[in-house]
Ligand binder design. Structure first.
Ligand code: CAA
Length: 385
């Protein structure tokens, strides 16, 4: 535990303690097996739903917990410190699915889709990336043809977290690829729709228990009522959603980094070399000091971005800074954690081996670290690119 804002807030302190003890007693003990088998942690997701953690920032009226973004990132760090795979499932449902429906959806859409998603009865995914358009979604090619009563969707989506298990998909497709981002629309698609299929589930380096899928949309009919926001508003819906998503991934990175840090401290105090615990060696002490400092710097950026969001301020740059700093801190810490553990850290017996593999994705999804730098520089240089 760390002193300092905002853990001084009593209600948040209590929430944090509850989620910490839940995550450590219920989720952490099963994380190794989930990583090894690659089995989707549905049991964990059900428990998260019971605790109100699948739609944390959605008002209670729409099935959520009505909490703020600061509480969300604190909860996310705790879940990720126990199991990074479980954390990304939670993150996508909260940030990338519930948030845009709550923000841009009609009351009818909230009644039909948001209530079951926020309460955790249903699971969502966010389908923006395509095989040829990952960092550059403005040029995506998935096509939404206008037909009587709605749209017919045709295209392929790649690297979709929760793609295999999702009940509903927030999908981005264009009505006219010639007009770039201005043709992109957002839709809510029922994954049981005719023509929707999971083409492939990726075998990954880390977060192995979460699914990452390629999705095919073969002339899937989507009714007009499932258009989210206005026609042509889809790109802005996607990017504003990703602003919030990036705060969630920053918190996931904090959790992975903290797990590696805690394991390193424990190991350094127990492991003896040259007749004393290796924690007595200054080389190890410097690793521990730098881990603690990088982790807390990233945590404060993450809390600050979340607080901007709660206060209704613009947080595009703050979210990008938080994700950049937390993902890089997490990867640095995970690498040094293996170094502290030496040969033991390179084996699957120690959690730091999993932390090292899980860490990498935080520098890639929801915008690579290079994309975050582009976003930050554009904000600092008045949009110059
Ligand atoms: N919120 C709302 N609108 C925004 C915005 C934001 N944060 N950022 C830009 N816009 C608007 C701009 O104002 C502009 O609008 P006008 O044309 O009306 O002026 C419009 O969007 C286009 O802006 P840009 O010219 O800056 O857009 P761009 O095409 O150059 O892209 C980018 C900018 C930052 C590179 C962006 O494409 C980006 O963030 N790329 C990364 C995408 C990404 O994160 N993908 C991850 C997919 S999700 C995932 O990982 C899957 C998962 O399951 C976890």
């Amino acid at each position: 535990m760390m002193n300092g804002w905002p853990e001084t807030d009593e209600s948040k302190k209590l929430l944090l303690e509850q989620i910490h003890s839940f995550a450590q007693s219920e989720i952490a003990p099963k994380a190794k097996e989930a990583d090894e088998t690659g089995h989707f942690p549905m049991e964990n997701i059900k428990k998260l739903a019971e605790m109100g953690l699948m739609g944390m920032m959605v008002p209670e009226q729409w099935g959520g917990s009505g909490m703020d973004a600061v509480s969300y990132v604190m909860a996310m760090e705790e879940i990720a410190a126990a199991c990074a795979s479980t954390a990304v499932v939670m993150s996508v449902n909260n940030s990338l699915v519930c948030w845009p429906i709550n923000t841009y959806g009609t009351d009818a859409q909230k009644e039909k889709f948001l209530k079951p998603l926020a309460s955790g009865q249903k699971l969502g995914c966010f389908a923006l990336s395509e095989p040829g358009y990952g960092s550059d979604p403005a040029n995506l090619k998935c096509h939404a043809k206008k037909v009587p009563g709605g749209y017919q969707i045709k295209g392929t989506k790649n690297w979709i977290t929760n793609g295999k298990e999702a009940d509903y998909c927030v999908l981005f497709a264009t009505i006219d690829p010639a007009i770039g981002h201005k043709g992109i629309c957002a839709f809510i698609v029922d994954t049981k729709s005719k023509g929707y299929s999971v083409a492939k589930v990726e075998h990954k380096l880390g977060i192995t228990a979460s699914s990452t899928a390629q999705l095919f949309f073969d002339e899937v009919f989507v009714s007009q009522e499932c258009l989210l926001g206005a026609e042509g508003q889809g790109f802005k819906i996607a990017l504003s959603t990703l602003d919030g998503g990036r705060i969630g991934i920053a918190a996931q990175a904090l959790g992975i980094g903290r797990c590696a840090f805690d394991a390193s401290k424990k190991f350094a105090l127990e492991r003896e070399q040259f007749g004393a615990p290796i924690a007595k060696l200054q080389a190890i002490q410097f690793f521990i000091a730098d881990m603690a400092t990088r982790l807390q710097a990233a945590r404060l950026l993450t809390w600050s971005a979340a607080q901007c969001k709660d206060q209704g301020l613009k947080y595009t740059k703050e979210a990008a800074m938080a994700k950049l700093a937390a993902a890089e801190a997490c990867n640095w810490i995970a690498t040094k954690a293996i170094q502290v553990h030496g040969g033991y850290g390179y084996t699957k017996e120690y959690v730091v081996e999993r932390n090292f593999r899980d860490a990498k994705i935080t520098e890639i999804y929801e915008g690579t670290s290079e994309i975050q730098r582009i976003v930050i520089a554009a904000q600092e240089l008045n949009g110059l690119r």
